[in-house]
Design a protein around this ligand. Structure first.
Ligand SMILES: *[C@@H]1O[C@H](CO)[C@@H](O)[C@H](O)[C@H]1NC(C)=O
Length: 318
């Protein structure tokens, strides 16, 4: 497996995969870059597996705001990090550990934006997902504004609006369903879906999209006046990277309204069905497509060449 991956990396070093990033960008300038990131993520993951979904969300939130330039990592009074959309960031310690070691091994060479993209891939692998080759060569941004993070897709966002936000970044409906499928790992808090159980809208106290047999379970996890910050798995196996998230959508067991609507909506439902291997539709392999969609997402508006900078510390511009 290691050898195959090595050969793939070696043969792909000059393969351009978009906007100036390429697989193996550091093969000469910092040959151990990917190994160092992988070890740092693994070490942190062992004591805190929640960094896996944390890194996935962090990369997504980084890429959708000024491109994948690690602007989400910058500390300061009104940076992206301070936006409510970015509350409870997880995984920054893994990035910082990797950066410290990389600054010793090859000072000033590996960007924080690349570390985040690589670390996210490594985190998915640690949760039983399949890996993908991460094109590298991103440079770090010098601007981070909380105000720009407010436009990220939210948990009540309609499918049309989710599709628009993804299309604005060059991502289609399949990419949307695939990337939201990343909710196969991780948790959310009661406060983000409790309204679906008790006070959905003026005509329905309960969201009719919820499986009635699932409702008592959700209500016991999230009592009406209970702790809004209590965590609930986004699918039945929140530590495993699998298709059970899609099975749950089909069964009315999606947790977030924005997720469940991918099943209700006629334009996105077929992609969910294809991941579930529904007869009569061309099957899609979730793990393969997820890697592909992640490469696409992690190339959004990347800075390359002489744009941006290589930060010395990921939380501070130079
Ligand atoms: C409440 O939600 C249901 C199901 O989504 C919908 O059919 C109905 O029109 C909604 N009612 C109001 C008042 O928005």
């Amino acid at each position: 497996m290691q050898l195959v991956l090595f050969l793939l990396l070696a043969s792909a070093t000059t393969l351009a995969l978009g906007q100036g990033t390429r697989v193996g960008f550091y093969s000469a300038s910092c040959p151990r870059a990917e190994t160092i990131v992988q070890a740092a993520v693994k070490a942190r993951f062992q004591s805190d597996p929640t960094i896996a979904p944390g890194l996935l969300r962090m990369l997504f939130h980084d890429c959708f705001v000024r491109g994948c330039d690690a602007s989400i990592l910058i500390d300061g009074p009104s940076t992206e990090k301070t936006s409510p959309a970015n509350s409870r960031l997880r995984g920054t310690e893994a990035i910082d550990d990797a950066k410290k070691q990389l600054e010793v091994a090859c000072p000033g060479v590996v960007s924080c934006a690349d570390i985040l993209a690589l670390a996210t891939r490594d985190a998915v692998v640690l949760t039983t997902g399949r890996g993908w080759l991460v094109p590298t060569g991103r440079r770090d941004g010098r601007v981070s504004l909380a105000s720009e993070a407010s436009n990220l897709p939210g948990f009540t966002e309609s499918v049309d609006s989710q599709k628009q936000k993804f299309a604005a970044k060059g991502l289609n409906s399949q990419d949307l369903v695939t990337l939201v499928g990343g909710h196969t790992i991780g948790t959310t808090a009661c406060q983000f879906f409790r309204y679906r159980l008790y006070s959905f809208n003026n005509t329905h106290a309960v969201d009719p999209a919820i499986d009635p047999a699932f409702l008592p379970q959700l209500r016991s996890l999230c009592p009406e006046n209970g702790d809004g910050s209590a965590r609930v798995g986004l699918d039945g196996s929140p530590a495993n990277f699998d298709t059970s998230f899609f099975t749950n959508l089909r069964n009315g067991r999606g947790i977030l309204e924005s997720d469940q609507m991918l099943w209700t909506d006629a334009s996105t439902k077929p992609f969910v069905q294809r991941y579930l291997g529904v007869r009569g539709l061309q099957a899609l392999n979730f793990n393969v497509e997820f890697g592909r969609a992640m490469v696409k997402m992690s190339n959004i508006e990347v800075k390359t060449g002489t744009e941006g900078e290589i930060r010395s510390v990921c939380s501070k511009i130079n």
